[in-house]
Design a protein around this ligand. Sequence first.
Ligand code: AP5
Length: 188
Amino acid sequence: MRLVLLGAPGSGKGTQATRLKEHLQVPHVSTGDLLRAEVKAGSPLGLQAKEVMARGELVSDDILLGMLEDRFSRDDMARGFILDGYPRNLAQAAALDALLERIGQPMDIAVQLEVDNELLIDRLAGRAQAEGRADDNPESVRKRLQVYDDQTAPVIGYYRDAGKLAVVDGVGTLDEVFGRILAAFERQ
Ligand code: AP5
C-alpha cells in the first residue's frame, strides 16, 4: 500500500499513521518528524528549518525533496509507505509523482482527514499544554491553518482529478476514524 495522508494541522494524520503503520506493516514517513529530528540534532538543515517551523510557515521545497529522496532510497520503502505531511503544495505533489514514477511505485490512494477549524484549534491547544510543541502556540496555529488553506488545500483537487482521493470524516474516536480509513481503502 502506497498512501498519502492529507489534512489540516491537528486533523489526526500522525495519530492515524501510527495505527496504519502497524496494520499495513509499511513505514510511516512524516516530514514534520524528519524535520523535528534535524532541529533536535542541531544539523545545518535543522538550524535552517527551526525558525520557519516555529512560525508555522513551510520549509523550502528543495530541502523537503532532498529529505524525501534520501528517505525513499532506503530499502524498507519497497514494501509501500504512509506519507504524512507531504505534499503540502502543488509543486511538491508534482515532485512526488515524478519521484514515484522514477522508482516505479505509483501512489495508490490519498486520504484526506476532514475536521472543522474550531476542533483543530482545540486539539492543538490541548497538545500545546501536554507536549509543548514549538508551533502549537495560538499565533503559529493560525498561520499553519492559513498556509494549509492557501497552499495545501489545492493538493486535494490534484488527487481528486487523478481519481485517487478518499475523503474521510476525521471527527470521532480514534477507532472510528481508523475504521473509516480502512473502509475507504476497500472502496478505492
Ligand atoms: P507537521 O508535523 O506535518 O505538522 P502538521 O501538518 O501541522 O500536523 P500536526 O502534527 O499538527 O497534526 P496531525 O494532523 O498529524 O495531527 P495529530 O495526529 O498530531 O509539520 C510541522 C511543520 O513542519 C510545518 O508547519 C512546516 O513548517 C514543516 N513541514 C512539514 N512538512 C513539510 C512540507 N512537506 N513542506 C514544507 N514544510 C513542511 O493530532 C493532533 C492532536 O489531536 C493530538 O494531540 C492528537 O492526540 C489529537 N487527536 C488526533 N485525532 C483525534 C481524534 N480523533 N479525536 C480527538 N483528538 C484527536
